[in-house]
Design a protein around this ligand. Sequence first.
Ligand SMILES: Nc1ncnc2c1ncn2[C@@H]1O[C@H](COP(=O)(O)OP(=O)(O)OP(=O)(O)O)[C@@H](O)[C@H]1O
Ligand SMILES: [Mg+2]
Length: 483
Amino acid sequence: MSMAAENWAGLGSAIASLMFLWAVVRQYFPSHLDVYLSTYTSKLVGLVYPYIEITFAEYTGERLKRSEAYTAIEAYLGASSSDRAKRLKAETDRDGAQLVLSMDDYEEVTDDFQGVRVWWTSSKTALQARSISFYPAPDDRRFYRLTFHRRHRKIIHGTYLHHVMEKGKAIGVGNRQRKLYTNSSNYDWYEYKKRVWSHVPFEHPATFDTLAMEPDRKQDIIQDLLAFRESKEYYARIGKPWKRGYLLYGPPGTGKSSMIAAMANLLDYDVYDLELTAVKNNTALRKLLIETTSKSIIVLEDIDCSLDLSGKRKSEAPSERGSEEDKEKVMTGKDKEESKVTLSGLLNFIDGLWSACGGERLIVFTTNHVDKLDPALIRRGRMDKHIELSYCSFEGFEVLARNYLGVGEHPLFESIRGLMEEKQITPADVAENLMRKTVGRDAKENVEACLQSLVQALKECGSKNEVETAAATETQEAKVDEG
Ligand SMILES: Nc1ncnc2c1ncn2[C@@H]1O[C@H](COP(=O)(O)OP(=O)(O)OP(=O)(O)O)[C@@H](O)[C@H]1O
Ligand SMILES: [Mg+2]
């Protein structure tokens, strides 16, 4: 089969050369005859050349977006051809973090699938010089061409192409460098459009193992996240967009941001850090959401500070289902100049009205003052899981001691347990005390010094009762002021 196929392929290229000659000659024909001629030539070629070709161009349509099919084929061929193709090209990925191999231009590789042989070639056509354009364009149009015998048409259309896409996408996901996106406006000249998100590689090292938290709660969150990731069919069946909202609340330094990084590392997701105060209005907010990709966590940190979302809507707008106008009115408060994102805009954002474009997104809010948020914002269905991150417990301390000092027990642990029961200290403060004190000191001495410093810090901390009384007085005073 292979020899015969090679012969046919040779014949194919001879015919292609003839066609090229023909194309040159044809220019001198009157145009109405030209249409007939092209139809008959393709029919003639079809009779003697039993191969079918499919072309996958790198850019389609308005050339704004790289074709997904092309990217998947590139990854598929890159992985499967690297030991077969004679010429490969190596490029660093966009962040320069790793080398990606792919077939060089004009290279051909064969692929066998369920007993069927196909040929892939990579090629490019040079673009004609453009008139002066605002956006610089690349000089070439690249494409992959798949050639196969027409008797295999069914298997190629039915299963092979699907196999290539699935495999290519999986390889692409495995290869990718995860990213941390932020919403600042900048132009990306190479993608010919204004990008709403800019990104850097995401390299936060926090994991659930390094997070100080009670083991049961930690396990519960991990299970919840993993279940979410595997629930594509489930969400489709119950008719909900495949997304889940998390509200993380608690005092500063209790690990909210660290937990988000741990979530991203656990699920292998990208992170979109949405700075709400930099978003001009609801339309801009929608655009941002549309531009997010799946397998990502969209984070809104310190939501109580980002906007005046402090439950005013409740007192001014009579019901949660108040008219759109009511909602708009309330949120465009004092900061008109800075951001005109309204509460209803934000609610729509969360409800995923605009997330028709694929699923698998987590939305995470963090706040220090959960009581200040509008209940509509954090009701179940919007923020499905509420997680309180609080002062460090002894169990939390044990995690930190293992991480920072590599010790699971020590004579000082007992007094630390006692102190922790009555004092309030944040995990951030505990962590700070457990940081290595001096370089070169012997490990045992260092452990001792760190734990002593923690004991000292605990002694200086406010006791739980004192802190609670102070907080209550503060709230009381605030209420009197408002009154
Ligand atoms: N639960 C925790 N487990 C491990 N480390 C923690 C934890 N909480 C805080 N830390 C340490 O303290 C530092 C600050 O924590 P983080 O930024 O996560 O706090 P936060 O809750 O987001 O605070 P803020 O409300 O001010 O944003 C982290 O770099 C981390 O090292
Ligand atoms: Mg934080």
